[in-house]
Write a protein that binds this ligand. Sequence first.
Ligand SMILES: Cc1ncc(COP(=O)(O)O)c(C=O)c1O
Length: 391
Amino acid sequence: MKYEFAARMGKVPRSFIREILKVTEDPEIISFAGGLPNPESFPYHDIKEVAVQVLEESGAQALQYSTTEGYYPLREWVSNRYQSKGVKVDPEEVLVTNGSQQGLDLVGKIFLNQEDPVLVERPTYLAALQSFGLYEPVFYSVPLEEDGVDVNRLEEALHEFDPKLFYAVPNFQNPTGISYSLKRRKEVARVLTGSNTVFVEDNPYGEIRFMGEDYPPVKAFLEESVLLGSFSKIVSPGIRLGWITAPAEVMDKLVTAKQASDLHSSLLSQMIVHRYLSEYPVEAHLEKIRSMYKSQRDLMVSLIQEEFPDDVQCTEPEGGMFLWVTLPEGMSSLELFEMALKEQVAFVPGQAFYAEEPQYNTLRMNFSNSSAEKIETGIKRLARSIRELEK
Ligand SMILES: Cc1ncc(COP(=O)(O)O)c(C=O)c1O
């Protein structure tokens, strides 16, 4: 039989990262390519205890169908967490999703028509391009600078393209690790205020700040925006829970879209996560993750500075799981990838993260999922490959 797929399927490339991860599945390869949290941070023991308690005490409820909006006490937990950071979000404005990735899909579903303009950062999160891409928009991008998006260019792009959405990751961005300063956050809010462009703020890494000053999300200065969060980096990605917060009018549409998609997220998982977050020492757990990632990040940054040629630059993230390397002009990270694989080390060539006109001399490195030993060996091998390529 000849399957006749919808035209939109032809427009979304299979994830380049997934293709690369296939190559790097070989356990002999030191991979900085994936985007995985460190499994040593997973609270196995506590989750096991909580799961038993939930099933013993509320098994019939936990295994039943439930509401689309999500488990109310978990929505309250999210709301309280925001209040503690100075952001007013009512529990009713929180929709629990299957990871923030589903939140992105729902945003695309309720806002985007074919050919609608969508603005993203340059570079941006690849899976957001995929998620929105299924709704066939036209992407435009605004450059990222050291302390956030270039606000002048953002303002120009808003006038020129009148985008439906502006999607950004202001905390420890995937792929660059860049974070917006407080000034940038306020400026972004200022230029978007009064426009018809919906700001979609994706914040899965906000709790993983291991140095520098913590700032509120842009939503603190721009109430009408949509803000996504995730339990993946603070509890576990396999549990597949996240959330999306939005004003009532938007929430209504999101709930309809989620209902059509999967009725609701797993109530059992929501009850487990809620009980874990409310009854266990979560602050200590978060501190453990932060200090683990900080030492991994410190080691990778210092080795890059020591081992890589001087004309190679890297970001120095204050949180999250990634850093971004820029090779000298004219060098190709795809060629470097081929050479590095021979040395049994992998990363993600940066070209995948651009909505338009990719920059070929960039690469993404993940530091959260490699031991100190692997970081040390891997960076030394990569340095050898870069010098080889420079010859
Ligand atoms: C920027 C960004 N957004 C969203 C996600 C999706 O996270 P999840 O669906 O696990 O919450 C990720 C995961 O890596 C990410 O980096």
